[in-house]
Design a protein around this ligand. Structure first.
Ligand SMILES: C[S@@+](CC[C@H](N)C(=O)[O-])C[C@H]1O[C@@H](n2cnc3c(N)ncnc32)[C@H](O)[C@@H]1O
Length: 197
């Protein structure tokens, strides 16, 4: 099914090959297409990405937005510099802001009233980051979280990757206890969580 999906900008196939060579994890294109469609359908113009890497998922988000403002958050400045370069070649009229460092230390610097947030950082921060990011969304805004299945490790016995498992389980339990936030776990790629504020 993934072969039906074509990345929106030329050069993205090469970026995926480069990531594979470096063993750098990227979103699957099924997730990218979902992000772009969702952004387009909801007319998202204020979007934030937590865990931008070198901008592959940012390109998908940008393609769905078309215009507006995109915030990219990433531990490493050199990855953000590369993301800036890729986004500059899209020809889109998009305002960009780059926040480097640990997102957990940066929430107070982040804007509010966002339409859409995409969360794709180290899984050991997932629930904590989710709780801090939720207030940044406008009412009716959408949070999309990747890799809820933890590549199958969600169901493994305790031990390796326990922090990630604890964070995902805490997040799912919190959503169960807070049904006012309409949420859905979609079997796209490695499990894609949608939460409406
Ligand atoms: C899975 S990769 C992101 C890939 C990107 N979303 C894509 O598909 O193109 C996760 C990225 O998040 C960054 N990251 C992980 N934990 C972070 C944190 N707490 N704060 C900021 N960045 C973080 C890593 O440096 C890495 O580049």
């Amino acid at each position: 099914m993934d072969s039906l999906i074509h990345p929106p900008f030329s050069g993205m196939d090469e970026l995926r090959k480069k990531a594979e060579a470096l063993k750098f994890p990227l979103i699957d294109d099924s997730v990218g297409m979902f992000l772009a469609t969702q952004a387009r359908l909801m007319g998202a113009k204020r979007v934030m990405e937590l865990g931008s890497g070198f901008g592959y998922s940012s390109l998908w988000l940008a393609s769905g937005m078309g215009s507006g403002k995109l915030w990219l958050c990433e531990f490493h400045r050199y990855l953000l510099d590369e993301a800036r370069e890729h986004l500059s070649k899209t020809g889109l009229e998009l305002e960009l802001e780059f926040l480097d460092g640990n997102v957990m230390d940066n929430f107070s610097r982040m804007p509010q009233d966002l339409d859409l947030i995409f969360l794709d950082i180290d899984k050991k921060f997932y629930f904590d980051a989710f709780l801090k990011a939720l207030p940044l969304l406008r009412s009716g805004g959408l949070m999309i979280v990747d890799n809820l299945f933890l590549r199958g490790r969600l169901w493994e016995p305790d031990g390796k990757k326990q922090m990630a498992r604890d964070q995902v389980n805490a997040l799912l339990q919190w959503l169960f206890n807070n049904p006012q936030h309409k949420s859905q776990l979609l079997p796209i790629s490695d499990g894609l969580l949608l939460v409406e504020k």
